[in-house]
Design a protein around this ligand. Structure first.
Ligand code: 6PG
Length: 242
């Protein structure tokens, strides 16, 4: 059963987890000369990502990517890439190498923006290029994941269209994902990539997520609670503050 670490508040969680992740990245750099890190988007990780950006490590040797992205232009308030650039990729950590998930959407032309809005450009069109960027960084040294109250992690949503494929041992590195609760189409790292990381952390806050976590820790199919993909590993560390 994974360890549940409870922190007195979200600020302490953010700084403690940032120090822990920084130590693990340093260990990777010392051992292999480089490190890879995947972090979640959404509303929870902002303070952690900001705290991590101040850590004094050889950021130019670190590849950073998202665990999943929403298929929106980067100037959308829902863009996880935008969150990453505004929080982690600042100060010392600006030197890190961003492995882009939706590179073509970074500075979208009006035409591209229109194509995304109309659905003429889809995740399937950009995924092959992104897989080429991610594969050389595998296995990931550190992955930090978030979780929704529906027990999804990354964009592995219960009931998502390609969930079964994404949970399989031979899933490709990334898959497009569409699900009712997801808002827009997503691009997500798949289960073998998440399971295969050297260090895995789950970052959650608030009593509703604690309750969802307790449900997910019970035995049952991964398809019902996709976060089980990482909870099945005893060495996953869960970081919680109310
Ligand atoms: C996203 C994610 C997702 C997130 C959870 C929790 O883009 O939505 O990366 O997996 O971690 O949905 O989101 P909150 O932190 O906003 O509750």
């Amino acid at each position: 059963m994974p360890d549940l670490m409870q922190y007195p508040d979200r600020a302490v969680l953010a700084t403690d987890l940032a120090e822990l992740v920084a130590d693990q990245l340093v260990e990777a750099i010392e051992t292999r000369g480089k490190a890879s890190l995947a972090v979640p988007g959404g509303t929870t990780p902002g303070p952690f990502l900001k705290a991590l950006s101040t850590q004094d490590i050889a950021w130019e040797k670190v590849s950073v990517m998202l665990t999943d992205e929403r298929f929106v232009p980067e100037d959308s308030a829902r863009s996880n890439t935008r969150l990453l650039k505004e929080t982690l990729l600042q100060g010392k950590a600006e030197a890190a190498m961003l492995v882009p998930m939706v590179a073509s959407l970074a500075r979208p032309s009006p035409r591209l923006r229109g194509e995304v809005r109309r659905g003429a450009l889809q995740p399937e069109d950009v995924i092959p290029a992104f897989i080429e960027g991610v594969n050389p960084t595998l296995p990931l040294d550190v992955v930090v994941l978030g979780m929704g109250e529906d027990m999804h992690t990354a964009s592995l949503f219960p009931e998502a269209d390609k969930l079964a494929e994404a949970l399989g041992d031979d899933a490709p590195t990334l898959l497009p994902m569409r699900a009712e609760g997801a808002g827009e189409p997503r691009i997500t790292l798949t289960a073998p990539v998440l399971r295969g990381a050297r260090y895995v952390h789950l970052l959650i806050s608030g009593p509703a997520k604690l309750e969802a976590l307790q449900k997910a820790l019970l035995e049952g199919p991964e398809a019902e609670a996709p976060v089980r993909v990482i909870l099945a590993r005893d060495d996953t560390e869960i970081h919680y503050a109310e």
